[in-house]
Design a binder for this molecule. Structure first.
Ligand SMILES: Nc1ncnc2c1ncn2[C@@H]1O[C@H](COP(=O)(O)OP(=O)(O)OP(=O)(O)O)[C@@H](O)[C@H]1O
Length: 953
């Protein structure tokens, strides 16, 4: 464990760009570091904080907070603080005491020139490794698909498209609403991964229904290398409980301020059930950058009557810049709740329910206009005038097409906040087939007409719930049918869903004990471990259960696509719930057509609802986007027909009107809302381009770079199979531990399809934590930043001196500005001769390196001594050239940043015409942010990274 003390200076190993940190507070478990240069603060667990103590040695150059440069003459220790006794170079023997607290907050880690002129030179291979690490860092940060390559996933167009649209945003706030099973979890994972890898976010909170906690936890590690910590009440208690601590009796427990437990981890996963009852102040003060809510349709809101769940999420979301809501059925609880969730995402855009309802009615003309402007190569004046009716602050011209489409979709639809892909737009999905199984009605079930209509309908749809015990399994004809069905399909995996847990439990007992069928159950009264065990037992292809009998909770979020037979023992009176049930099997990865078996009693309420779904809206065989709207408009008639199930005329009328309404709603949606959603959510050519780009990055795997690193740092590696290696710590490792390398070794592969098939192998892409760690390791070490070599090239006169100097620029700015989105790590290379001519563009590094050869270290040192003056002059000349290049880059960066900020400003000003709630302060915020970004970006300093002296022979 490290010993920290207030005032000490430490450097974040993972985020060196934060500048030099100062210990702000320490307790028995946590340490908080403040980074003054970037006005940021981080809290780490003491025992595994990724921090390095910064201490200078005698002879080192230090810079004070006031910018004075001094040379360290001796180092003293006062309590736990280092005090450097230092002198101003060339200003006599006066010694100045500089406590480490007064060091400059911008740490210049680079000592390339010091090392060169003191003769500490390294081999060419180290210099080249350093160059490769710089290039890798630059390419990665500048790569358009950065964050999309690393995940262990198939490259699927609609997912990549959404992730690339959202993942790079500053504080993304969106609702991911793809149809069930199309990969919202994967999209969310990609967005989180991008935000983390690009330093847009570092603290993430994911909230999911309890049954899905483990599934998310595993998906995040397996597919994204993201290790979330699961928080529940027991964990929070253990972090805040003082009883376990052996405290000195003199300490007054009342006086101890307890650290917020949520600050102890960066990536936290918890259940919605935990969120509903935990300490709201603590969790909302978790300083999250990104909040993710799965199955967000549960956040119910009515005007004047928001649910507790909604209010809690709203409290956290108001204090968190990024917000991802996931729901396949966002309108499940009605349009009001849907609107409220959109308002959570973007209150400026969605401020009034009534306006939103009205606006939705006007989607059709906008959809038509969008189609016209997409399809027309040349826009005539009439068309331009039409577009100008909707947007008045962008030049209306076909050359601005993509921006105009974006603005239209954003300002008149839900373009910026809602993404929904449907099976209709995605090829390759299996067919769904429904198999009705009418069975004889059971006389044993008697329907008492209860006072409340809804309760009666529920009782008629699920008559077994009226029996209060398990006796119904003995006479219910559906159970008999199930017995035969399971026997006939003995070698198939069958998922059985029913609405209530008591039904699932009774069926499970009956099937196991009375019929001897290998099955298991899954319901809300089971604890999470038992549920996961049941799901795993069902998934086991060798010896697992033939059937899994779930209550309704099994119909949300779970992955059961290895099965293609679904039995619905009853039907829910809500089309979205039906879609959720079918979605367990109908998801990415399903290899077969899906069979949906529905046993129902003839001449009963069950037959009525089956026909309503099947004949009225074809909800079994096709995904039904209009389900909730159709339900809204037909449910009164449906309930009547259920209550009078023996009236065939009633049923006929129900089916007829449902068909008419379904047709009407589907048509309106297809030409209005769905059209807008489709345009905003997917773009085939962009998706194809993204797949191509990622595949291209895959083909440039970091093999050479990693092999050089392993070789240099003493990691052993050997072939495992094609494209795969076994690596393990070597006996003579150059450093204590290689980043991400397990003590007992690991198997890695560079190949995506191998990684997809073999979970036990690490997918080593440029985004893997080991590769990133290796890049940072190379760049944080001094090794390779100074080198001398000879050049053999007949065209160059012997004795010619060249100097290859590498620099980088990277912004140092407060985190909330996210300055690196405009200025990623940029390397600058100068190849100067003795007159200051820069040959970098004429001779690239790789070609030059082929002609460079090593010379003995002693010879290098002699050369450096004898020609020191010349080399110092050459370095100054190189600095000047690099400075010019850096200024050109920065000017461009500032221009781009200002243009992008202007777009944001225009949007807000335009929205304010419709939404009076947008305050002047919000507009001032963008202006202020632009000013600060301009200052920080323009002030970016050029950093010297490495020098290679080259002598032609
Ligand atoms: N790109 C991909 N590569 C590999 N597997 C994928 C990919 N996308 C999705 N899957 C798999 O498909 C299944 C469905 O994905 P996911 O759970 O993300 O869907 P969803 O839209 O969140 O589903 P639901 O609506 O049920 O919550 C999962 O098993 C997931 O691992």
């Amino acid at each position: 464990m490290n010993d920290f003390a207030e005032g000490q200076r430490w450097l974040s190993e993972n985020e060196t760009e934060l500048g030099l940190g100062m210990v702000q507070s320490v307790d028995h478990r946590l340490v908080t570091i403040f980074f003054p240069a970037t006005e940021s603060e981080r809290t780490y667990a003491k025992n595994n904080a990724p921090l390095s103590r910064v201490s200078f040695q005698v002879g080192d150059q230090i810079e004070t907070a006031h910018g004075e440069i001094l040379i360290v003459k001796s180092v003293e220790q006062l309590n736990d603080i280092l005090v450097y006794m230092a002198q101003m170079p060339g200003e006599g023997d006066d010694m100045v005491p500089v406590p480490e607290t007064q060091l400059s907050h911008h740490l210049q880690l680079n000592k390339a020139s010091d090392r060169l002129f003191s003769g500490q030179v390294d081999s060419l291979r180290w210099f080249e490794l350093r160059y490769s690490a710089m290039k890798a860092k630059e390419q990665q940060q500048r790569c358009e698909v950065n964050g999309l390559q690393g995940p262990r996933i198939d490259l699927i167009g609609h997912q990549l498209y959404i992730a690339s649209e959202v993942g790079n945003r500053y504080a993304p706030r969106v609702l991911l609403a793809d149809e069930v099973g199309l990969g919202k979890t994967i999209e969310a994972g990609m967005i989180i991964h991008q935000q983390l890898i690009n330093h847009r976010a570092s603290r993430v909170l994911i909230v999911v229904p309890q049954p899905l906690v483990n599934q998310w936890f595993v998906e995040m590690i397996r597919r994204f290398n993201l290790h979330f910590s699961i928080f529940d009440q027991a964990r929070v208690d253990s972090l805040t409980d003082l009883d376990d601590l052996a405290l000195d009796e003199s300490i007054d427990i009342e006086q101890i301020e307890i650290e917020n437990p949520f600050l102890s981890e960066q990536l936290v996963l918890c259940s919605s059930e935990f969120l509903a009852q935990c300490d709201l102040d603590q969790i909302s003060q978790g300083e999250w950058d990104l909040l993710v809510i799965d199955e967000a349709h549960h956040l119910e809101w009515q005007p004047g009557n928001p649910s507790n769940e909604y209010l809690r999420v709203e409290t956290i979301a108001n204090q968190t810049p990024g917000l991802l809501l996931l729901s396949a059925t966002p309108e499940q609880l009605g349009q009001e709740s849907h609107f409220a969730r959109l308002r959570l995402l973007d209150p400026d855009r969605f401020h009034n329910l009534q306006d939103f309802v009205e606006e939705q009615k006007a989607y059709q003309p906008i959809a038509e206009l969008l189609e016209t402007i997409t399809d027309s190569d040349k826009w005539d004046d009439t068309l331009k005038a039409q577009v100008a009716n909707y947007i008045d602050d962008v030049e209306i011209d076909e050359t601005n097409r993509s921006q105009i489409i974006k603005e239209l979709l954003d300002r008149n639809g839900t373009g910026r906040v809602l993404y929904r892909n449907t099976r209709k737009n995605i090829a390759g999905f299996p067919q769904r087939k429904v198999f009705p199984h009418p069975v004889e009605a059971c006389e044993e079930y008697q329907y008492e007409i209860a006072e409340h209509l809804d309760e009666t309908v529920a009782a008629m749809l699920h008559p077994e719930t009226q029996m209060h015990d398990e006796s119904w399994t003995l006479f219910d004809t559906r159970v008999d049918w199930l017995k035969n069905f399971l026997k006939e399909n003995r070698n198939e995996k069958v998922l059985i869903i029913c609405a209530h847990k008591d039904t699932a439990i009774a069926l499970d007992l009956h099937c196991r004990f009375k019929l001897g069928i290998n099955c298991c159950t899954f319901h809300e009264d089971m604890d999470i471990i038992s549920r996961d065990r049941a799901a795993a037992h069902f998934a086991d292809m060798e010896e697992g259960a033939q059937a899994l009998i779930c209550s309704e909770i099994g119909s949300e979020g779970r992955n059961f696509q290895f099965s293609h037979k679904l039995v619905l023992m009853d039907l829910p009176a809500n089309p979205d719930l039906l879609e959720q049930r079918i979605g367990r099997l109908d998801r990415i990865g399903q290899q077969n057509d899906i069979e949906i078996h529905v046993p129902f009693m003839q001449n009963s309420a069950q037959e009525v609802i089956f026909n309503w779904y099947h004949m009225g809206m074809n909800a079994f065989e096709k995904t039904n986007a209009a389900g909730s709207e159709i339900f809204k408009r037909t449910h009164a008639q449906l309930f009547d027909a259920i209550l009078e199930y023996d009236d065939s005329q009633h049923q006929k009328a129900l089916i007829e009107s449902t068909r008419t309404i379904a047709k009407e709603v589907n048509k309106a949606m297809e030409s209005g809302r769905d059209k807008l959603l489709e345009l905003a959510s997917f773009n085939q050519s962009k998706a194809d381009e993204l797949i191509e780009r990622v595949a291209e990055r895959d083909s440039l795997a970091p093999r050479n770079f990693m092999e050089s690193c392993w070789d240099r740092f003493g990691v052993q590696f050997e072939d495992h199979s094609a494209q795969s290696y076994v690596i393990r710590p070597g006996d003579h490792m150059f450093i204590g531990a290689f980043p991400g390398l397990a003590e007992d070794g690991m198997t890695v592969t560079y190949d995506r399809s191998t990684a997809l098939a073999r979970d036990d192998m690490h997918f080593l892409s440029w985004e893997h934590p080991m590769v990133n760690g290796a890049i940072e390791l190379v760049l944080s070490e001094d090794k390779g930043n100074a080198s001398v070599c000879i050049l053999k090239n007949k065209a160059i006169k012997a004795g010619t001196l060249l100097m290859e100097v590498l620099y980088h620029i990277e912004p140092i700015a407060p985190k909330y500005l996210q300055a690196q989105r405009f200025l990623p790590f940029t390397s600058i290379r100068v190849l100067t001769d003795i007159n200051g001519n820069d040959l970098a563009d004429k001779v690239n590094h790789e070609n030059l390196s082929k002609q460079c050869h090593k010379i003995p270290k002693n010879t290098s040192r002699q050369l450096l001594k004898s020609e020191e003056k010349t080399f110092r002059k050459m370095l100054k000349l190189a600095d000047k050239k690099a400075e010019v290049k850096a200024q050109a880059v920065l000017a461009n960066v500032v221009d781009n940043m200002q243009a992008s900020q202007k777009q944001e400003l225009n949007r807000l000003v335009s929205l304010r015409k419709k939404n009076p709630n947008i305050r002047e302060a919000e507009i001032d915020f963008i202006k202020n942010q632009t000013d600060k970004l301009t200052t920080h970006l323009s002030d970016t300093q050029l950093q010297l990274e490495a020098i290679r002296v080259i002598v032609a022979v």
